[in-house]
Ligand binder design. Sequence first.
Ligand code: GUN
Length: 288
Amino acid sequence: MTAQLLDGNALGQKLRAGFKQRAEELAAQGMRPGLAVILVGEDPASQVYVRNKVNACQQAGFHSDKFTFPADVAPQVVLDKIAELNADPKIHGILVQLPLPRQFDADAVLDAIAAEKDVDGFRAENVGALMQGQPCFIPCTPYGVMKFFEDAGISLKGKEAVVVGRSNIVGKPMAMLLLHAGATVTICHSQTRDLAEHCRRADILVAAVGRPKMITGDMVKPGAVVIDVGINRLQDGPDAGKLCGDVDFASVKDVAAFITPVPGGVGPMTITMLLANTLESAERALNA
Ligand code: GUN
């Protein structure tokens, strides 16, 4: 193995230690950061993510509330809950776990969250502010990836960055953050011709597609920084049931200079940055 591991558990712990101090300063003024998480349906992966988010809040000393609804709930019921949470002074962040069941207009649900409590950064105003490079809530996963670069001293200026995946949650905001940091950015997706050729040009390669081990060593430039956002559960073979990323760790680790593992890479950083955004929201509420 030549690549250096970018350890999300270690970096997450380091950042969370700093949050504790800020939370204590808020507590001295009678304020406790509060996050409300809404989960609709019984998707097992979403249930795990939501549990991890609520647990992380509790460990950080934040207030947290979880609201679960059956998959066939009427969208208005969820919109009413969001309206109630928008008006609740104990709550500084509201997160609706995605994906939502088919009867929902996800954009309408996200836009119902008060802008100052949109700690996921998914509302249209936050997306626009991110595009313009204005202060906003930065979506947690790409925000966490940027912290890896910052912590490891990886400069992005003038670098070729390739983001594989164009989701609103990761791919698009990730590309925008890399662009603002001075990288030359390419976004690849399911219709991209010759994906491997694009990937091989990347100094910084971010995989966020949800396809197990699709980025292999022969697609990676020697010395590249490889960030694996995928969390996939293997269906067959000797490792069935185990988690793996979108990157074939076994072959890429010998080519890349830096690599994130799965699990223990980007995942813990997403939750860490959710705490960061919730804390920041509480600080803004106190200063408002
Ligand atoms: N589903 C997958 N990732 C995320 C995320 O970062 N936030 C929300 N709300 N849902 C998700």
